[in-house]
Design a protein around this ligand. Structure first.
Ligand code: COA
Length: 463
């Protein structure tokens, strides 16, 4: 039985910090954010929003857009790394909020859990729910997978340049209009690592940024090796002489902690795939220098400590992305997927799916016929695991993609002053004192502090 994504919705909070304001206050060149990282605006949550609100808002959006009844939905999974409780799952809060609109108890048989594995957990949730459908367990019902996160880093840290907030909901079924998953090719790589983690009780993560960047590349490449084997064994892809598996994937969506990381990761995959092919000679000639090799391929630490190699390697990559060979691949397969991320910033679990949403809209706007085109998804979560899977765009995709307009979907936003940003970041305003008045949205009213009910959250739907 096929399974895939029937529709996709995005919810982005209405406050943002502009890269230029941020840079001037932190004494940085704005080009570092805009060009170096690919961050123009970073979405911020209001004082009366948490990741559960974002998840409920995007869930309501996809339900209303598709005129679904609560009984049509058999599963609701919420994937996040911004968990608000050690035990109570985020989908239960979302059910509670949705029942304020649809009536008490109407989602009683909509099972699900909250999943966690940094930014990759949404991909595991998609895979598990696709298999629920493939196994015939869905009984004609939809599954909804929501990915919702608030990326918040310590003030003054390098991670502070890559913040953001938002949620994406994906509606899954056995006759999708948008994308049908390729069967039996989803591939993973996993290793116990401390590149980025948030110990219990801490509101911001501990990040080893450069280590994490390199681990992301290595893990995604490991997963691609398995994908390549599975794709050939299942007969999905036949890799001819002088070809790479990437020649058979029309579009790539990458995990985007910041937009330019997608370009880096794509370049890394191409570099490793092309190296053994005849075309590599002309690429290296165009780069104009030999590909550097580390003195010691022991660990990520030894590679990072090898300054001479890192500098040469950085230089090589900078030249590689300027070659016509790379630019051709980049413009054809990746560029459209990076655009929405520059407007929103990092949304952890949701960033890969915002990139898919971005590719659909901007490729369609370029006049591309997407029907039958294969999308490859490169998911990465710190800690660490990568997952690679793929799917093919369905014949009736236009029905869903034609009305897409990410600017309209994000809606009117308010640019925060730097002082307002600091107040929000440091939680100096309470939920009862939001920056914005909103309507038709779920908001957080308060968090109980009494010993018996500590941590209980009240939400309301603002008519
Ligand atoms: N104009 C244009 N580009 C500039 C610039 C300027 N004035 N100054 C710096 N840059 C570029 C750098 O060259 C670099 O790009 P490159 O690697 O393509 O050359 C980029 O901006 C980032 O600068 P850099 O100094 O290397 O990084 P940083 O120390 O500021 O840290 C992160 C960047 C992403 C590592 C950091 O923000 C972070 O830890 N983020 C959170 C964790 C994360 O995102 N992990 C990723 C894996 S999930």
């Amino acid at each position: 039985m096929p399974a895939g994504i029937d529709d996709i919705a995005v919810y982005i909070p209405k406050l943002y910090v502009d890269a230029t304001d941020f840079a001037s206050q932190r004494g940085l060149d704005p080009a570092k954010l805009q060009k170096g990282l690919g961050v123009s605006q970073m979405a911020m949550v209001d004082t009366n929003q948490d990741p559960a609100c974002l998840a409920a808002n995007v869930c309501l959006k996809i339900i209303q857009k598709n005129n679904l009844k609560p009984a049509d939905i058999g599963r609701l999974y919420v994937s996040t790394e911004s968990s608000i409780d050690e035990s109570k799952a985020m989908n239960s809060y979302v059910i509670g909020m949705l029942e304020q609109v649809y009536g008490s108890g109407v989602f009683e048989h909509c099972g699900g859990v909250e999943t966690k594995f940094a930014c990759v957990s949404g991909s595991y949730a998609l895979y598990d729910n696709a298999n629920w459908i493939r196994a015939g367990e869905a009984d004609g019902k939809y599954a909804i997978v929501v990915v919702s996160d608030i990326a918040k880093y310590d003030m003054g840290s390098s991670g502070e340049l890559t913040q953001g907030a938002g949620a994406v909901a994906m509606l899954l079924n056995d006759c999708p209009r948008l994308l049908e998953f390729d069967p039996r090719v989803a591939s993973t790589s996993i290793k116990d690592e401390y590149d980025f983690y948030r110990p219990t009780g801490k509101s911001t993560p501990i990040v080893h940024g450069q280590y994490s960047n390199l681990l992301y590349l290595i893990q995604v490449r490991n997963a691609l090796e398995i994908y390549k084997r599975k794709a050939q064994e299942t007969g999905l892809i036949e890799i001819g002489q002088g070809e790479t598996v990437l020649d058979h994937i029309d579009y790539m969506c990458m995990h985007l902690p910041y937009s330019n990381m997608g370009k880096k990761a794509f370049a890394y995959l191409l570099r490793h795939e092309w190296r053994s092919l005849p075309r590599w000679k002309s690429v290296v000639d165009a780069v104009g220098m030999e590909e550097p090799i580390p003195n010691n391929i022991g660990t990520i630490e030894t590679i990072l400590e090898d300054r001479a190699f890192m500098e040469k390697d950085h230089h090589f990559n900078k030249r590689l992305v300027e070659t016509k060979e790379f630019k051709k691949e980049y413009n054809a397969k990746l560029a459209s997927s990076l655009r929405a991320s520059t407007m929103v910033g990092n949304i952890y679990t949701a960033s890969l799916y915002l990139s898919f949403r971005s590719a659909l809209e901007f490729e369609h706007n370029r006049g591309t016929d997407l029907a039958g085109k294969r999308f490859g998804f490169c998911s990465y979560g710190s800690g660490s695991s990568a997952m690679i899977f793929s799917g093919v765009i369905c014949p009736q995709y236009r029905e869903v993609v034609e009305p897409m307009n990410i600017t309209a979907e994000i809606g009117e936003r308010r640019r925060l002053t730097f002082e307002e940003y600091e107040i929000i970041h440091e939680n100096k305003r309470l939920p009862n004192n939001p920056m914005l008045d909103t309507s038709k949205e779920f908001v957080l009213v308060d968090v109980n502090t009494s010993p018996d009910s500590q941590g209980q959250r009240r939400y309301v739907y603002n008519e």
